[in-house]
Design a binder for this molecule. Structure first.
Ligand code: ATP
Length: 337
């Protein structure tokens, strides 16, 4: 990277890499946007300035180069994850799962099973990229390989983003400030545009609208879920998204999933909701801590999905009547099919 940077002028440097200014201001170094090349600037620095910093020009240049590499790294997305494989472990009785399941980018996989059966445990295994080192002894492969340890524990470019049931904001920020801060940390160009886009999408997903200047701490459960889903779709570099129950969040579930899948993410979702379960390409059935079955959603199930959605809309209308304080003595719709 230094080869390229050293040859461009300071004017070009700040125009192309506005964040470069942070390096110089952190060292209280003043410099002007001139036609001098970056290399020239480093090697014509005043002796006194270098002495104050306790650095030679080569060392300062090496630090600058490292800083720029790190910052550019933030812009990269981890889009090289094509598939995730779950290699079976054991259930709660130590019985083998006998299952190897490969999930590809753009697929939605649902996880179903009774309460306490181990759905969240499976999500946790994927989040942790388990290597037979969790109670289930499962192993998770990325692109058919064991990911190296740096990927497994990376803070930046995490492979997995988790959207959990409880979204509690503790920061005293508005929606705009929150998303803008995330966009800034991702080194996104056209920040304002992306912030507004996320805000619009989140409002489409949320049942009740909110404003850009709404404090994040005042968002309802559904609104914060919607904001986090839109934020994850557009700003998260994680190629795998785990969702633990969105059914109670009161958001447009179908649109939320479409948004994530359109970004070629691998979506795994634990759910008790039949509509969500049928929206998946496949569903993993968990029993007693083990994967018992993997079912492909059939064409007949897809057809039934539209009918279930109709029932769901009817139920939503009845819920709305209740909310408005009306009586349900007579059902306004025929609930049969
Ligand atoms: N294969 C396994 N071996 C040992 N313990 C397991 C296994 N699978 C799950 N467990 C444990 O069983 C408990 C219940 O699992 P979990 O919370 O994942 O259930 P769940 O299906 O998500 O439940 P809910 O629907 O109520 O959210 C957890 O303590 C989990 O660690």
């Amino acid at each position: 990277m230094w080869e390229k940077l050293s040859q461009i002028s300071l004017r070009q440097l700040f125009a192309e890499y506005p964040h470069a200014v942070d390096f110089f201001s952190s060292l209280a170094l003043d410099l002007e946007c001139t036609e001098r090349t970056v290399q020239e600037w480093f090697f014509t620095l005043d002796e006194d300035v270098l002495q104050d910093l306790g650095l030679g020009p080569e060392e300062l240049q090496a630090r600058f180069s490292f800083f720029m590499m790190q910052m550019e790294g933030l812009k990269e997305t981890v889009n090289d994850v094509r598939e995730v494989t779950i290699c079976g472990g054991v259930d709660k009785n130590g019985e083998p799962e006998n299952c190897d399941l490969t999930i590809r980018a753009g697929e939605i996989i649902c996880i179903v099973g009774p309460t306490g059966s181990g759905k969240s445990r499976l999500l946790a295994d994927i989040e942790w990229i388990a290597q037979q080192d969790t109670p289930t002894k499962r192993q998770i492969l990325i692109n058919s390989q064991i990911p190296d340890v740096t990927k497994r524990f990376a803070i930046e470019h995490k492979l997995v983003a988790q959207l959990s049931q409880n979204m509690n904001f503790i920061m005293d920020l508005t929606v705009h400030e929150f998303v803008a801060m995330h966009a800034e940390s991702r080194m996104i160009e056209k920040q304002q545009e992306i912030v507004e886009h996320i805000f619009r999408k989140a409002n489409e997903l949320a049942g009740e609208p909110f404003a850009l200047n709404t404090p994040v701490t005042s968002l309802s459960g559904g609104q914060s879920r919607a904001l986090m889903i839109a934020d994850t779709a557009y700003l998260s570099t994680s190629p795998i998204v785990l969702i633990d129950e969105i059914e109670n969040a009161g958001i447009d579930r179908k649109q939320a999933l479409q948004l994530l899948v359109a970004k070629e993410k691998i979506v795994l979702m634990a759910t008790h909701d039949p509509i969500l379960a049928l929206m998946g390409d496949k569903r993993i059935v968990i029993k007693n801590g083990g994967i018992r079955q993997v079912i492909n959603t059939s064409p007949a199930e897809r057809e039934n999905l539209s009918r279930l959605e109709l029932i769901d809309r009817q139920m939503a209308a009845i819920r709305e009547l209740l909310r408005r304080g009306e009586r349900i003595d007579k059902l306004p719709f025929t609930l049969g099919m």
